[in-house]
Design a protein around this ligand. Structure first.
Ligand SMILES: Cc1cc2nc3c(=O)[nH]c(=O)nc-3n(C[C@H](O)[C@H](O)[C@H](O)COP(=O)(O)O)c2cc1C
Length: 307
């Protein structure tokens, strides 16, 4: 059986995954935390925690709240900063078989470009995933990804700063997911990934106060799966580049739904908190499904529900 997928067919380096199962940024650290749980080299790719120019401590506690079938988080991009990623993490990744993609976040377009430049040509880094769910400080704080123009502007700047394959990760907090997807593809994204978390809050009724220190958090987990699947379906219609699906994927069946909706690869996030083996379980389940159904190449399944 062939499970391999090429996520950056037009890029000079390419981004060939042995299989379509990736980890979602912020839920799998730097890949080093879970390597005792299962053989992480079996995965298609690892996406590391969102990386900023300077190290960040993140938002005030509490930063997590469980919801019905979901999780609210307001981590606030706690991370070690790009310099430590390049000096301390990339040398480890360089010896790995599984490609590692660095997720980046900025407050201005210039910051995104600088981050991309600092990661360019670093051994051990196979691609960049651009998180455009960040507030655009210069433009009043709306997320870059909420409108096609600002999303495209970030993409153009990142592409100009690196030759690495660039995935642009879309936010669901927009009324025009197909428009944003088309704009970032037009601006040169090698692939798009979606979705990031949906905005949400929870109230502690005893304290009569919002539960999260930051008040607002991002909702993830099975609760968002139908929304994510819809957005992947819509985005895949709008672009020619590969689409990576994410949002509430817990089982192989979930993953196959995203692939049938048009995703070339998928990311497992929140599911890993309840079951650290979830990414591997999803991969093994996909293999079993293909075997049972007599499918020789994963390409046969990509977008099959749309035809
Ligand atoms: C605790 C936590 C931290 C996250 N951190 C990031 C991040 O740094 N960058 C990013 O692009 N997405 C981040 N995400 C979003 C996930 O990568 C993913 O898009 C989202 O959770 C939906 O997938 P899931 O339902 O499988 O978790 C984070 C999610 C969680 C739960």
């Amino acid at each position: 059986m062939n499970l391999s997928v090429q996520l950056a067919p037009k890029n000079e380096h390419g981004l060939l995954l042995a299989n379509p199962v990736m980890t979602a940024s912020g839920t799998f650290g730097y890949g080093t935390e879970d390597d005792h749980v299962f053989d992480i080299q079996k995965l298609g790719a690892i996406v590391c925690k969102g990386t900023t120019l300077e190290p960040r401590d993140g938002n005030p506690q509490p930063r997590l709240a469980e919801t019905a079938c979901g999780l609210l988080n307001s981590i606030g991009l706690q991370n070690i900063g790009v310099e430590a990623v390049v000096k301390e993490k990339a040398p480890l990744w360089a010896g790995w078989q599984v490609p590692v993609i660095v997720n980046i976040a900025g407050e201005t377009i210039e910051e995104y470009a600088q981050l991309a430049g600092e990661l360019d040509g670093v051994a051990g880094i196979s691609g960049i995933e651009v998180n455009i769910s960040c507030p655009n400080i210069k433009a009043g704080g709306a997320e870059f990804g909420t409108n096609p123009d600002s999303a495209a502007a970030v993409t153009t700047a990142v592409k100009a700063a690196t030759s690495l394959p660039v995935l642009v990760k879309l936010t669901p907090n927009t009324s025009d997911i197909a428009g944003v997807a088309a704009a970032v593809a037009e601006a040169g994204a090698d692939a798009i990934s979606l979705i990031n978390t949906l905005k949400g809050i929870a109230i502690d009724i005893g304290k009569r106060r919002p539960l999260l220190g930051n008040i607002v958090g991002g909702l993830s987990g099975p609760a968002i799966k139908p929304v994510a699947l819809y957005m992947v379906y819509e985005a895949a219609r709008a672009v020619e580049v590969p689409v990576v699906g994410c949002g509430g994927i817990t089982t192989a069946g979930d993953a196959i739904e995203f692939i049938m909706a048009g995703a070339s690869a998928i990311q497992v996030g929140t599911a890993g908190f309840a079951n650290p083996r979830a990414p591997l379980d999803v991969l093994e389940g996909i293999e079993q499904f293909m075997e049972k159904e007599g499918i020789k190449d994963i390409a046969e399944l990509i977008g099959i529900a749309r035809r």
